[in-house]
Unconditional design. Structure first.
Length: 75
């Protein structure tokens, strides 16, 4: 383990998954507010048409890896 290789002993750690990245109601509101500008950009700018395809290519299960850890040790 990396922390042991740095000379830390008596390691204690806890990892926690993120329950949610944001409030779904905020996501819906923000999406509806941005939709007119997004549609205009998609229709008028070819480069923007490429972006949604790239975003949708992000693995759906990616958020399973979001979280944080608390690591404690002594030297």
């Amino acid at each position: 383990m990396l922390l042991e290789s740095l000379g830390l002993k008596d390691l204690v750690f806890r990892t926690h998954k993120a329950a949610s990245l944001s409030d779904p109601r905020d996501d819906i509101r923000d999406t509806l507010q941005a939709l007119p500008k997004l549609l205009q950009a998609i229709l008028t700018r070819p480069m923007v048409r490429k972006t949604p395809r790239e975003v949708l290519a992000i693995p759906k299960h990616l958020t399973e890896y979001f979280g944080y850890g608390i690591y404690v040790g002594r030297t």
